[in-house]
Each structure stands twice: as structure tokens, then as C-alpha cells.
Write a protein that binds this ligand. Structure first.
Ligand code: ADP
Length: 193
């Protein structure tokens, strides 16, 4: 059973690639962004609390997302591909704990890289179809990228130390990046004990 994290800045294509890999390798795609948007849609009190944060481009509180991931992991026995989580070092530490609790092992954290200009270009392009308020406002986009630099990038060092991190260039076409990702997952499957 493979358990992977797809890591990267807003707009890099985490959701797209996590979706492709989930389908190809029969993994459950767990996106915390999607879970939070579903909470907002449901009109739950939790959804009301997170809406303002997401619309401003702030990260939602660690406790909230950790609880959502815990619930999702408890509901499945299949391998998972996490997209948008962990986004802080606290979340990465919590994920270690959650995986142990749920009898899972992390196989790999794949970081997808692209230059900032390209991220902004992709978010603008996505805004045309996503209907996401946080994709449509330049200040919000800037703030999301700041949150990434300050709070999420340190997660890279956390996984570097544990030897789980692989970084790939995601600045090109979807097909190119997808091919690189599949090579990594094929390798992991071939060499997993
Ligand atoms: P993107 O990667 O393009 O920002 P996501 O759907 O992953 O898109 O995230 C959208 C928003 O949801 C984030 O800006 C943040 O407010 C919230 N969010 C998603 N995942 C997390 C997380 N793990 N921790 C805190 N906030 C999160």
C-alpha cells in the first residue's frame, strides 16, 4: 500500500497531478482544500469559521485540518495521496502520528516546483473556471504565496531530514510533469517491501 504526499506552492498543479496519480495507481485522493470547500458548501458551523480565512488566503488552523485528515484516514483502507497537507511543520508532525495510529507508512513526499510567475499565471488561468474567490483576487493570491513561503516551505526541510523528499520540476506541460511523477511512483512500487 502506497501513501504519498504531493507538495508544492499554490497553483503548481498539486490537485491535477494528485488526481491523475490517484486514478492510475488506485489511491484515494485526499485534498484538504477540497475537504474545506465541502465544509463551506455544507453550511456547517465549521464551514462558516473557515470561509473567511480561505477567502483571505490565510491558512486554516492546524487543529481543523488535522481533524479532517484523521477522519478521512479512518474511513479507508486504501493507499492515499495527500494534496495540500501537510502545510505547516506542526501538520507534518501530526501526520507522522496519524499514520502510526492508522497503521500506515509514508512512502514518499514529492515536491513539485515552478517559478513564482508561472504559479501566478496558472492561478489566473484557473480563476476563469474554478469559481474560487481565492483565485480571483490579486491580493489574496499574493498572500497565499506569502503563507507558502513562511509557513509551508519549512516542511521541505522536515522531510529532507527523514529522507522521504523527492523534488521535480513542474514548470512545463502537464504531460511532462505527469511522466516524471509516474516514474517516481513506479520506482516506489518496484522497490517497496
Ligand atoms: P492551493 O494549493 O491552490 O492554495 P488548496 O485547495 O490546496 O489550493 O487550498 C486552498 C486554501 O485552503 C488555502 O489557501 C488555505 O486557506 C486552505 N487550506 C487547504 N489545505 C490547508 C492546510 N493543510 N492547512 C491550512 N489551510 C489549508
Amino acid at each position: 500500500m502506497e501513501n504519498l504526499v504531493i507538495f508544492g506552492a499554490p497553483g503548481v498543479g498539486k490537485g491535477t497531478h494528485a488526481g491523475i496519480l490517484a486514478e492510475k495507481y488506485n489511491l484515494l485522493h485526499l485534498s484538504t482544500g477540497d475537504m474545506l470547500r465541502a465544509e463551506i458548501q455544507s453550511g456547517s458551523p465549521l464551514g462558516e469559521r473557515v470561509r473567511a480565512k480561505m477567502e483571505k488566503g490565510d491558512l486554516v488552523g492546524d487543529d481543523v485540518v488535522i481533524a479532517l485528515v484523521d477522519k478521512a484516514l479512518a474511513s479507508t483502507n486504501s493507499g492515499v495521496i495527500l494534496d495540500g497537507f501537510p502545510r505547516t511543520v506542526q501538520q507534518a508532525q501530526a501526520l507522522d502520528f496519524l499514520f502510526k495510529n492508522h497503521g500506515r507508512r509514508m512512502n514518499c513526499v514529492i515536491s513539485i516546483d515552478a517559478p513564482r510567475d508561472e504559479l501566478v499565471r496558472r492561478i489566473h488561468e484557473r480563476a476563469l473556471i474554478s469559481g474560487r474567490a481565492d483565485d480571483a483576487n490579486d491580493d489574496t493570491i499574493r498572500h497565499r504565496l506569502e503563507e507558502y513561503e513562511q509557513k509551508t516551505k519549512p516542511v521541505i526541510d522536515f522531510y529532507k531530514v527523514s529522507g522521504l523528499l523527492v523534488s521535480i520540476d513542474g514548470s512545463g506541460e502537464i504531460n511532462q510533469t505527469s511522466m516524471r511523477l509516474c516514474q517516481i511512483v513506479d520506482y516506489l512500487i518496484k522497490h517497496s517491501k
